[in-house]
Ligand binder design. Structure first.
Ligand code: FMN
Length: 214
C-alpha cells in the first residue's frame, strides 16, 4: 500500500535494470573476502522448510560458485537432505563482514558432477571421511544417540577399517548439489547505514534487477 502510494506521489515507476551477472559479482566479492582473511569466506547458511511452522537453518561449507550455482556437500541421511528433496528448493544466506556483503539466494537444487564431488572428497581429512561412513554404518546424521563415547567408539571401529585417509572410498551417501539461483538479493553495507539493496531475478539467460528500500 505504502509503496504504491509513494510511487504515485513520485509519479514514476519502479526502475528495472539488467545486470550482466550477479553471480560474477559474488565470486569477485568472495575473492576480496578471502584476501581480507574473512573467516566466513567459505561459509553459507542453508535454510530449509521442515514443516509450515518450522524453517531450519544451518551453517555449511560453501564450495564452488559457478554459473550453475552455489555448491555444497551434504549427506543423504540428514534431515536437510529430506527437506531439500521434499521442496526441491532452498534459501542460502551468505554474509561476508570484511567486505560488508550479504546475499540471500533462493533457487532450485541440481546435482554436482561426481568428478567434482570427488575433488572435494579428496580434500577431506580422515575424521571427516570417517564421519560420512558413520552415518550409514551406525546412525544417520543428526540422530540422537546415547552418548559421545558411543559415537567415538563407532569412529574408532571405522578408523580400523579405513586407516589410510587417501584410500577411503567416497560413500554414495555423500551428495554434492548446487543451489541454482532463481533470485539473488544483494546487500552492500554502507558506513552511513544507507545500504544499497537490489534483487535480481532470472530472466532467460540473463537477470533482471530492481532496487530495494534498505
Ligand atoms: C562452519 C561450519 C561448516 C559446516 N559445514 C558443513 C557441511 O559442509 N556439510 C554438513 O553436512 N554440515 C556442515 N556443518 C554442520 C551443519 O551446520 C549441521 O550441524 C549439520 O549438517 C546437521 O544439519 P541437519 O540436521 O539440519 O541436517 C557445518 C557447521 C559449521 C559451523
Amino acid at each position: 500500500m505504502r509503496r504504491s502510494g509513494h510511487q504515485a506521489r513520485q509519479g514514476r515507476p519502479v526502475v528495472t535494470h539488467v545486470t550482466d551477472h550477479p553471480i560474477r559479482e559474488i565470486t569477485e566479492d568472495r575473492e576480496r573476502a578471502r584476501a581480507a582473511a574473512d573467516p566466513l569466506a567459505d561459509v553459507c547458511y542453508l535454510v530449509t522448510v521442515a514443516s509450515p511452522e518450522r524453517a531450519e537453518a544451518r551453517a555449511l561449507t560453501l564450495r564452488d560458485i559457478t554459473d550453475e550455482g552455489f555448491g555444497i556437500l551434504i549427506n543423504r541421511t540428514s534431515p536437510k537432505w529430506k527437506q531439500l528433496s521434499a521442496t526441491d528448493t532452498a534459501t542460502l544466506l551468505i554474509h561476508w563482514p570484511t567486505v560488508r556483503r550479504q546475499y540471500r539466494i533462493w533457487g532450485g537444487i541440481t546435482p554436482m558432477d561426481a568428478s567434482r564431488v570427488n575433488v572435494y572428497w579428496a580434500r577431506k581429512n580422515l575424521g571427516s571421511k570417517l564421519l560420512e561412513y558413520y552415518y550409514t554404518t551406525f546412525a544417520p546424521q543428526s540422530h540422537r544417540i546415547a552418548s559421545r563415547s558411543e559415537f567415538l567408539a563407532g569412529i574408532e571401529e571405522l578408523r580400523r577399517r579405513y586407516p589410510d585417509r587417501d584410500a577411503v572410498p567416497r560413500p554414495e551417501s555423500l551428495a554434492g548439489i548446487y543451489v541454482a539461483p532463481r533470485e539473488i538479493e544483494v546487500w552492500h553495507g554502507s558506513e552511513e547505514r544507507l545500504h544499497d539493496r537490489r534483487v535480481y531475478q532470472r530472466s532467460g539467460a540473463g537477470w533482471v534487477g530492481h532496487t530495494l528500500v534498505p
